[in-house]
Design a protein around this ligand. Sequence first.
Ligand SMILES: [Zn+2]
Length: 146
Amino acid sequence: MDIMDEVFQSAKQAFGFASQKTGEAIEIGKLQLKVTQAQAEIRKLYEQIGSMIYLSRKNGSDPSTMVDSLVHQIDRLSAEIDAVQARIQQLRQLIKCTRCGAQNAKDALYCSRCGAPLKAAPAEPEPETVSEPAAEAPDATENQPQ
Ligand SMILES: [Zn+2]
């Protein structure tokens, strides 16, 4: 009985921890879907440009206006893809503070808002604090008249 309770408790804890991570994973998944859809859209536009040029060759018409508009749409979609990919990068780079929920850089050791340690067990020993040289040498005391 006790063992089952323990298993249940640890499963609950594991789930609680996982669900936080899942939230971000879902958002990244959604963004990646957006990128895939935009890329498919761009492929369709390329196709349209191709058929537009083909038809104009056949009919002797001028496709410039239509092609320009399609090119513009492709540019817009490309910019959108860039923005979404930047956002995905951002999400991957950030880790959430388990105490206050603030987003911190991936390599941060402590939360920038509340100062809580962001990694349960830091693999590296505490970084040596660079000892700053004394800001101002006490010159005044050395130049005492004898
Ligand atoms: Zn925090």
